[in-house]
Write a protein that binds this ligand. Structure first.
Ligand code: ACO
Length: 431
């Protein structure tokens, strides 16, 4: 990894320090500052980690300039078109596409772990009915460590494997139950004769009173949404999972931390925020007003579903999502959907606007996903839980990778302290 021909030299007060430069298989070189504090007695300052690699990884690569997203080397558009979610899960977890036999076995394992401990039903019932499903998910996933003690010993590779499978398998059940609970309907048990996406749709939309047939096109669109969100290298929630896990916390607790981080509107909550924004805009003639607000420095309003920390050209997932939106609305016979019209026109006008071009702001994956999910019948409150269940495999793969790194240590960032220096306590009567 180290390119011995390259070093970076840092000069502080006339003293020089040579820093090794690490060369990745793809992406920019990385200056290794691990010994900087020991050698030079200084820290680096990088709020938001905009220039800092927190780990090495072989799972996902993003070229933000080219708009490229690769999982284990395979581009996301090919995976979205030719593969399916559980195969992508296998790829992320184990590094290679599975043989037919390995895929069968993996699918069988996941399918047979989809039920949750019956006692967990009571746990759901402890929440208020009007709780946001994300709030319920953070709680229930955190509680999994209380129900699955036999897979919380992280030093045992077999237990780590079982915990991984359990989370991928049970997350759709937990998300669907959070939804059913919030609308006052009975929980629907998973069905082993259905594929992963169909099973999720069935658990969300079936009721005991009548037969529910999952439309294969909707199931395919659902699977594609899962696939497009499966992993995204060291984003905020994944870094949260890695940081939580660095202390040796159990995997269920770590993923609960990831879900909590994902909830924020700058991250996974953006698809909900985006659809709400499109509805607030309401009609094409109001778009200029909202574009003007997004550009106004004194207005905190931002175009939701626009911009990305890493993609500065286009988000390759957004293209596939836009195509899926067209397919799903077509299938459901939703012609002239006003929200889709607003979305398309907003995208067009923003892309033509120099403000967005100069700042390299493009639609991200969340711009169209909300439209698809709403057309399928999901309320906006379910958008982020669906993102969370899709991303679980990414969190777990990165968590697993962290354990295989013999050099991994507890995450402990430093700080640039700007507070008071030492001062003596002043008794209350003297203040
Ligand atoms: N609308 C208007 N202006 C924007 C937007 C936006 N959506 N996004 C960024 N900008 C502007 C900022 O005001 C800033 O302007 P300045 O340079 O004049 O100060 C400039 O573009 C850079 O923005 P930053 O916030 O510094 O960029 P950063 O990389 O930190 O933020 C983020 C990325 C958080 C995604 C941001 O673009 C955003 O808030 N977008 C809307 C929320 C969203 O869609 N999030 C989903 C991300 S994808 C995901 O999580 C799956």
């Amino acid at each position: 990894m180290t390119d011995s021909t390259k070093t970076a030299t840092l000069t502080i007060d006339g003293q020089s320090f040579d820093l090794p430069v690490l060369s990745p298989t793809a992406g920019p070189d990385v200056i290794d500052i691990r010994k900087l504090y020991a050698d030079a007695g200084v820290f680096t300052y990088d709020p938001g980690f905009t220039s800092t690699a927190s780990c090495d990884s072989t799972i996902t690569f993003i070229d933000g300039g080219k708009g490229e997203l690769l999982h284990r080397g395979y581009p996301i558009d090919q995976l979205a078109e030719k593969s399916h979610y559980l195969e992508v899960c296998y790829l992320l977890l184990y590094g290679e596409l599975p043989t037919a036999a390995a895929l069968d076995k993996f699918e069988d394992t996941i399918t047979r772990h989809t039920m949750i401990h019956e006692q967990m039903h009571n746990f759901f019932r402890g929440f208020r009915r009007d709780a946001h499903p994300m709030a319920t998910m953070v709680g229930v996933v955190g509680a999994m460590s209380a129900f699955y003690h036999d897979s919380t010993d992280i030093s045992d590779p077999h237990q780590r494997e079982i915990a991984s499978h359990r989370m991928i398998a049970k997350m759709p059940t937990i998300a669907a139950m959070a939804y059913k609970y919030s609308i006052g309907q009975p929980f629907v048990y998973p069905r082993n004769d259905l594929d992963y996406a169909s099973n999720f749709l069935h658990m969300c939309f079936a009721v005991p009173a009548e037969e529910y047939q999952v439309d294969p096109i909707l199931s395919r669109a659902m699977d594609r949404i899962f696939t497009l969100h499966a992993d995204h290298e060291q984003n905020a929630s994944t870094s949260t999972v890695r940081l939580a896990s660095s202390s040796g916390a159990n995997p269920f607790a770590c993923v609960a931390a990831g879900i909590a981080c994902l909830w924020g509107p700058a991250h996974g909550g953006a698809n909900q925020a985006c659809l709400e924004m499109l509805k607030e805009i309401g009609s094409v003639d109001r778009i200029p007003e909202f574009i003007a607000r997004a550009k106004d420095k004194d207005d905190p309003f931002r175009l939701m579903g626009f911009g990305h920390r890493v993609y500065k050209n286009f988000d390759p997932r957004a293209k596939v999502m836009k195509q899926s939106a067209d397919e799903v609305l077509d299938l459901l016979g939703i012609e002239d959907n006003p929200i889709l019209q607003v979305a398309k026109e907003l995208e067009k006008q923003a892309l033509e606007d120099p403000y967005f071009a100069e700042k390299k702001l493009f639609p991200n994956v969340d711009f169209y996903s909300g439209i698809i999910l709403e057309a399928m019948g999901f309320p906006t409150s379910m958008f982020t839980p669906i993102f969370a269940l899709s991303r679980t495999v990414g969190w777990i793969s990165q968590w697993k990778e962290q354990f295989s790194d013999p050099a991994h240590k507890i995450g402990r960032p430093r700080q640039l302290y700007l507070g008071e220096t030492y001062r003596d306590y002043v008794d209350v009567e003297n203040r």
